[in-house]
Design a binder for this molecule. Structure first.
Ligand SMILES: [Cu+2]
Length: 107
């Protein structure tokens, strides 16, 4: 009789990505500033509490669009450090131009 025992030695299991939740509503993101770590994967969740909103930061390959009352989620890993300002990418009314999300990426 042959008995095989598989040892579960999960030494290098990566931690599940850090989840960062941002609420979007007229005319602000909440929080308006977040800090991420370079090279560390995050799941960014954008939830709209009213109309459709979005955020796009080209330098970080970040592009999220949350429909009216919905959430959108994407995982990304910041590969550069710095401070990046994303503007709401969906026109949402008179205060749209002031609606920004600042992301600090630290090394
Ligand atoms: Cu907007």
């Amino acid at each position: 009789m042959l008995l095989l025992v598989f040892m579960c030695t999960s030494t290098a299991t990566p931690a599940s990505p850090h989840r960062v939740e941002v609420i979007a509503k007229r005319f602000a993101f909440e929080p308006a500033e977040i800090t991420l770590k370079k090279g560390e994967a995050v799941d960014l969740v954008l939830t709209s509490e009213d109309v459709a909103h979005g955020v796009r930061i080209r330098e970080l390959n970040l592009d999220l669009h949350a429909g009216k009352g919905k959430s959108a989620e994407m995982s990304f890993t910041p590969s550069i450090t710095g401070t990046f300002v994303g503007h709401c990418s969906v026109f949402c009314g008179s205060g749209h131009g002031q609606m920004t999300l600042t992301i600090h990426v630290v090394g």
